[in-house]
Design a protein around this ligand. Structure first.
Ligand SMILES: *Cc1c(COP(=O)(O)O)cnc(C)c1O
Length: 471
């Protein structure tokens, strides 16, 4: 198939990459500038070749240059970047789980850009341990004998099972063979660790005698797993950690609890359901407890293992520990957050995850009104702006039944140009992106997870979404 005269002419008029590059600021690396030019020229070429009557203006030098500058800007933008979380899901795994407290930002910068005593004992002038920076803190906060931190809780569970139960049996209730999401499933992790899963009980009811009759020569561990993202109601029965610990002690079998989220704070004091605390699990007699650093704890991504020294020491010495070890930036953040827990009253105020979970309803209402005022001041025809009651979620596989009463600012489309779906898409394309929820053709922005600096961003994002959709 031949090309039309106009197609051929336009193709000829396309500038060369080399010419275009000269016109771009040389702040951007040359290879990125080349990519930007090629991308734009390629797409123009396919446009010309695929249309019968291509628009002659499409090859205008100014038009092309503008497109290239836009493409360059998007290539230069970091891929991992901040977003506004207006979903009301506090520990939103897709949006980075927990926000670190501002109190610790400086120490992150210091450790990132300077040498540190990460593995250096300053007193003795010899090699030290990276775990020393948080071990005492963890023991002090939880009452544990010993502590270790690894990359995340999935790694904590894997290395604990590998160390203590490889080639031997681990007894777990059928009601606790959970999948957390993102492919973390207890039976699969167990298989990877080389431990043999010995399931006992039924889905809804497991008794102490079920564990008891499964204990034998091959038993290495009694494992209890927090159900995390679901809860069973009705005719159910589970064995408590203290009963398991008693049974384990009689038979000389250690008890390991994977707490999942793990928290130091008694949430029932703040009008939230009680979530098993790390200290409680230890006090009930668990020999080892593992939990995440960035779920309810509100710190950095980490897996924390605490408990009896003899077991923690064996895990520390496992060669696998090197493969799952914690990074210094994670570690400095975790140390900072753990220090904040030394004053629990203050921790609830300054650790964002805790603060957001415990926001009183008066505060939520007044914040929502503040955002509503700012948005109404934009005077946007076609979109109704008001506040509505809504439910926030804890997220992060914690407290799945907890409904947190909250307030959202709702954008209700009043004409065809502004469907909730289109508004949501525009807000998501904003820079920084604003992530919202849609309910019944309304865009909901739950104020609970909106940060101080986000009010201005949301206001600007809604204004520009409105102007783009009005065109
Ligand atoms: C979340 C969770 C994990 C995995 O923790 P990560 O820190 O995400 O690796 C393991 N076990 C349970 C019970 C969990 O809830």
């Amino acid at each position: 198939m031949g090309y039309s005269q106009s197609q051929k002419e336009l193709l000829k008029k396309l500038p060369k990459v080399d010419e275009l590059i000269q016109t771009l600021s040389d702040e951007a690396p040359r290879r990125v500038r080349v990519t930007a030019c090629r991308d734009v020229l390629d797409s123009l070429r396919s446009y010309i070749l695929s249309s019968q009557e291509p628009d002659p203006d499409s090859v205008k030098y100014e038009t092309i240059k503008k497109q290239i500058e836009m493409r360059l800007a998007s290539l230069l933008m970091p891929s991992l970047r901040p977003v506004v979380n207006a979903t009301g899901v506090v520990i939103h795994t897709n949006l980075g789980r927990s926000l670190l407290p501002k109190e610790i930002f400086q120490s992150l910068l210091d450790i990132a850009g300077r040498y540190s005593n990460l593995e250096y004992n300053l007193e003795k002038g010899i090699r030290g341990s990276r775990y020393s920076h948080v071990e005492e803190l963890l023991c002090d906060l939880t009452g544990a004998e010993s502590a270790l931190v690894v990359n995340n809780n999935a790694a904590a569970v894997l290395i604990t099972l590998e160390t203590l139960a490889k080639g031997r049996e681990v007894i777990v209730s059928r009601g606790e063979l959970v999948e957390i999401g993102g492919s973390f499933r207890i039976p699969d992790v167990m298989a990877k660790s080389g431990a043999i899963l010995r399931e006992v009980g039924t889905t809804n009811r497991t008794h102490l005698r079920d564990y008891e009759s499964a204990i034998g020569e091959q038993t290495a561990l009694l494992l209890k797993v927090h159900q995390s993202n679901f809860q069973m109601v009705g005719f159910t029965m589970a064995v408590s950690v203290s009963d398991l610990a008693e049974l384990g002690a009689i038979h000389g079998v250690p008890v390991f609890e994977d707490l999942g989220s793990g928290n130091f704070i008694d949430f029932s004091r703040y009008g939230i359901m009680h979530e098993p605390m790390v200290q409680e699990s230890l006090a009930a007699g668990a020999d080892l407890v593992s939990f995440s650093g960035d779920k309810l704890l509100g710190g950095s991504q980490a897996g924390i293992i605490i408990g009896k020294k003899e077991f923690v020491d064996r895990i520390k010495e496992n060669p696998m520990n090197r493969a799952v070890r914690i990074d210094k930036l994670t570690l400095v953040a975790l140390e900072g957050v753990l220090r904040l827990y030394q004053d629990p009253e203050r921790a609830v105020k300054v650790i964002p995850t805790l603060n957001m979970l415990c926001l009183p309803s008066d505060e939520l209402k007044s914040r929502a009104r503040r955002l509503q005022r700012r948005l109404r001041a934009l005077k946007l025809p076609g979109i109704l702006i008001n506040t509505v009651e809504t439910i926030s979620r804890v997220g992060g596989g914690a407290l799945p039944l907890q409904q947190l009463k909250s307030v959202a600012v709702a954008l209700t489309p009043e004409n065809k140009a502004f469907s909730a779906v289109r508004i949501e898409a525009e807000l998501r394309k904003n820079e920084p992106p604003v992530i919202v929820r849609i309910e019944e053709d309304q865009v909901l922005m739950d104020i609970r997870t909106v940060q101080e600096e986000d009010y201005r961003i949301i206001t600007q994002a809604v204004a520009s979404a409105h102007s783009r959709l009005s065109k």
